[in-house]
Write a protein that binds this ligand. Structure first.
Ligand code: ADP
Ligand code: MG
Length: 240
């Protein structure tokens, strides 16, 4: 579903990604972790073309991402992305947040879009909040709306960049629960997170990054029980 081949990227003279390669199969859940500044956000943003790269190949669901001929808006419509900060439209109600892109990008009719929005709102347990504005919801609720909004587009894969890092501790689990459910239903997911409980529960593989490189890419159990690189071991010692 997602393939990165020797991806390298520079910001000016600073090389932020060096020769990153990995393959995420359909239905796989891959957790990306590593120290702050190691390039996790940059890597995940290259997958839907939010960050262009200077070298390497990226393919999503058969579409070449870094090709001039690719319609990035079309690609992004089908690759859901959820960020640390929920980025809901503040001036739109929750249900309007869920229907806007369906109508504008997928050209769905208003009634169909609304129905889909309501269905996904129910799924994340927020039916009662449809007519509220984002600011009236807690952080955890807003993040669940952000996930529902991405799901409204029938994504082929979901990308998450530290979706719980900005949340108060008591709200982390309500968001992780939604993500666990998604994973168990077979959604293809790349998740940047330091929530190792989540990784242990649903990840197929863990990627560990350091200084722009994929230092380790291993099945979950191998990663946790026996990390190969000293840097990954050191990282796990610090956060577990
Ligand atoms: P992570 O998500 O692992 O914390 P990032 O991908 O955000 O890491 O950043 C990796 C490195 O690239 C950091 O050193 C960061 O300062 C740098 N960086 C990120 N975005 C930019 C940018 N737009 N311009 C220049 N440097 C950047
Ligand atoms: Mg980051």
């Amino acid at each position: 579903m997602i393939s990165l081949k020797n991806v390298s990227k520079w910001y000016g003279h600073f090389q932020v990604l060096t020769d990153c390669s990995t393959i995420v199969q359909k239905g796989e859940v891959v957790v990306v972790c590593g120290p702050s500044g190691s390039g996790k956000s940059t890597l995940i943003k290259t997958v839907n073309g939010l960050e262009p790269v200077q070298k390497g190949e990226i393919e999503v669901n058969g579409t070449q991402v870094n090709s001039k001929r690719t319609n990035l808006a079309q690609l992004r419509a089908h690759v859901g992305m959820v960020f640390q900060h929920f980025e809901l439209f503040p001036h739109l109600t929750i249900i309007e947040n869920l229907t806007l892109a369906q109508v504008k990008v997928l050209k769905r009719g208003k009634a169909e879009a609304r129905q889909k929005g309501e269905k996904l709102l129910e799924r994340v347990g927020l039916t009662a909040h449809a007519s509220k504005y984002p600011a009236q919801l807690s952080g955890g609720q807003q993040q669940r709306v952000a996930i529902a909004r991405a799901l409204c587009m029938d994504p082929v894969a979901m990308l998450f960049d530290e979706p719980t890092s900005a949340l108060d501790p008591e709200m982390i689990n309500e968001v992780l629960d939604v993500m666990v459910e998604l994973a168990q239903e077979g959604m293809t997911m790349m998740v940047v997170t330091h929530e190792m409980g989540f990784a242990r529960k649903v990840a197929n593989r863990v990627i560990f990054m350091d200084e722009g490189k994929i230092v380790e890419d291993a099945p979950k159990d191998a990663f946790f029980d026996n990390p190969k690189s000293p840097r990954a071991r050191d990282f796990l010692d610090k956060i577990l």
